[in-house]
Design a protein around this ligand. Structure first.
Ligand SMILES: Cc1ncc(COP(=O)(O)O)c(C=O)c1O
Ligand SMILES: Nc1c(O)cccc1C(=O)C[C@H](N)C(=O)O
Length: 420
C-alpha cells in the first residue's frame, strides 16, 4: 500500500499540482468557453467527454426555442423552411468545421451503426468482384459486428488485422492485408481503447494502391482532432455526434462520401427521402443524384439542434485551438499519471507522443472496475472498459486543468483506499 502524499507545497505534492492546474487554467486561451456549458449538480471532474459530451447552454436554449418557435410556430411548414434540407445543410457545416470536407459530401443520418451499415454496403457495391473486407480485431464492437454480418450476408470474407499492441494498426499491416481481392478497408481513426491516432492519409493511399476503398470510423476524432478527408483522399467516413460534438444522447451520426463516388454508389436502405423528389411519391425508387441518396427516412431534426449549437462554439474557438487544448489536457493528465498513478502499478495504455495521441488516455489496473462506482459517487466521472481500463477523456471546451487534476487525484485516492 502506497501512502497518499501529504498536502505540503513541495514539488510533486498535491498542493503544488493544484497550483499548477490553477495557473494553467488562468493562462488557458479557451478558458472562457467553460461557461458555455450547463452546470451539472455534484460534478467534480468530468472525464467522459469521449463518450457523452456535456450540454451547451446554447443547446438548451435552442431546444426550447426550436420547440416554441419552429415546431409550434411553423408546424408542418417547417419542412419547407429548412427541416427537409437539414441533414445536408448541417452535414456541409460539420464537414467544413471539423472534417476537411467540401460541400455536398456529408449527410446527417441515423446512429453510427446504421450509417456504417449503409456505407459498407455502398463500398462493396462499388467493388462487386472483390470478396474481402479488411478490418481489425481491436475496432469498436459495432464495426466488427457489422462487417461480420455483412460479409456473411453478401458471401464475402473478413480478413482480420491483429493490431500491434503499442503501434495500433500500422500502414505496413494494411499493405500486407489489402490485395487485389480487397473491396474495402474499415478502420477507426482513433482507437476507442488506447486513443491512438492511425495514419489515415498513409493507410488510405496504401488501400487505394491495392484498388480497395477505405471507410474511416471517426467517432473519437470528430470535434477533437482535425481530420482532412478531402486532402487524404478518403472514400467514406462516419462518426457520432454525441462525444466531442456534444449533440446529446443518441444524437444522429454523420456520413461522408467522396464526391467522385456519389453518383455511382447505392445504399441499402432505399427510403422516400433519398430520391430526387420525395413529394412526387413516384412508383419506383430513383436515388437522388447527390449526397441526399444516403438519406432514408424522415431526419431527426429535433435531435440535430444541440449539434448545431456546439458547431458554433467549435467554429468560434477554431479546431486547431481545440486540438491544442486537448493535447495540453492529456499532457497534464500524463504528468499526473506519472506522479500519482504509475507508482501504484497503474499501466498506461495510451501513447505518450502527442502527435499520435487522441483526446483520451486509458490507464490499466486490476482495481479499476472496483473503484469506478466509488469515483462516480464522488462526482468524478471517467469510464471503464474491459478488462481493466479507466478512460480519461477531458473535453477541450468544457474541461479545466483543475478538473483533470481533481479527477486523477481522486482516482489515486480511490485506488489506494482499495488496496493498491
Ligand atoms: C468507434 C465507435 N464506433 C461506433 C460507435 C457506436 O455508434 P452508435 O452507438 O452511435 O451506433 C462508437 C461508440 O458508441 C464508437 O466509439
Ligand atoms: N454510445 C454510448 C452509449 O449509448 C452508452 C454508453 C457509452 C456510449 C459510447 O459512446 C461508448 C463509446 N463509443 C466508447 O468508445 O466506448
Amino acid at each position: 500500500m502506497t501512502a497518499v502524499p501529504s498536502a505540503d507545497d513541495s514539488p510533486g505534492s498535491d498542493a503544488a499540482y493544484a497550483d499548477r492546474a490553477r495557473a494553467l487554467d488562468e493562462a488557458d486561451p479557451l478558458g472562457r468557453f467553460r461557461d458555455a456549458f450547463e452546470p451539472s449538480p455534484g460534478l467534480v471532474s468530468y472525464l467522459d467527454g469521449n463518450s457523452l459530451g456535456r450540454p451547451t447552454r446554447a443547446a438548451v436554449d435552442a431546444l426550447r426555442s426550436f420547440a416554441a418557435d419552429q415546431w409550434a410556430g411553423r408546424l408542418i411548414r417547417g419542412w419547407d423552411e429548412g427541416w427537409f434540407e437539414k441533414p445536408l445543410t448541417l452535414g456541409d457545416r460539420l464537414g467544413a468545421v471539423t472534417l476537411g470536407a467540401a460541400p455536398g459530401q456529408t449527410f446527417i443520418g441515423e446512429s453510427t451503426t446504421v450509417v456504417l451499415y449503409k456505407l459498407i454496403h455502398a463500398a462493396l457495391g462499388a467493388r462487386p468482384d472483390r470478396r474481402v473486407i479488411v478490418a481489425d480485431t481491436h475496432n469498436f464492437p459495432t464495426d466488427r459486428y457489422l462487417v461480420d454480418g455483412i460479409a456473411r450476408a453478401t458471401g464475402r470474407e473478413v480478413r482480420w488485422i491483429v493490431p500491434e499492441q503499442e503501434a495500433g494498426v500500422t500502414p505496413a499491416q494494411v499493405a500486407e492485408a489489402a490485395g487485389e481481392d480487397t473491396a474495402l478497408v474499415l478502420l477507426s481513426h482513433i482507437d476507442y481503447r488506447t486513443g491512438r491516432i492511425a495514419d489515415a492519409g498513409a493507410i488510405t493511399g496504401i488501400a487505394h494502391r491495392a484498388g480497395a476503398l477505405v471507410l474511416w470510423d471517426l467517432c473519437h476524432s470528430v470535434g477533437a482532432v482535425p481530420v482532412e478527408l478531402d486532402e487524404w483522399g478518403v472514400d467514406f467516413a462516419a462518426g457520432c455526434t454525441y462525444k466531442y460534438l456534444n449533440g446529446g444522447p443518441g444524437s444522429p451520426a454523420f456520413g461522408y462520401v467522396a464526391a467522385r463516388h456519389i453518383a455511382a454508389v447505392t445504399q441499402p436502405i432505399q427510403g422516400w427521402m433519398g430520391v430526387a423528389d420525395a413529394f412526387e411519391m413516384g412508383p419506383a425508387y430513383r436515388p437522388h443524384a447527390g449526397i441526399r441518396r444516403f438519406v432514408s427516412g424522415t431526419p431527426s431534426v429535433l435531435a440535430m439542434v444541440p449539434l448545431e449549437a456546439m458547431l458554433c462554439l467549435i467554429e468560434e474557438a477554431g479546431l486547431a485551438a481545440v486540438r491544442a487544448k486537448s493535447v495540453a489536457l492529456t499532457s497534464f493528465a500524463l504528468e499526473l499519471y506519472d506522479a500519482w498513478l504509475a507508482p501504484l502499478g497503474v499501466r498506461l495504455g495510451s501513447p505518450r507522443e502527442a502527435a499520435v495521441r487522441g483526446g483520451h488516455l486509458t490507464v490499466h489496473h486490476e482495481l479499476c472496475r472496483q473503484v469506478l462506482p466509488v469515483l462516480w459517487e464522488q462526482g468524478i466521472i471517467p469510464d471503464f472498459r474491459t478488462p481493466d481500463g479507466l478512460r480519461l477523456g477531458p473535453s477541450p471546451l468544457s474541461s479545466s486543468y483543475d478538473e483533470v487534476r481533481a479527477g486523477v487525484q481522486g482516482i489515486r485516492n480511490a485506488l489506494v483506499a482499495a488496496g493498491a
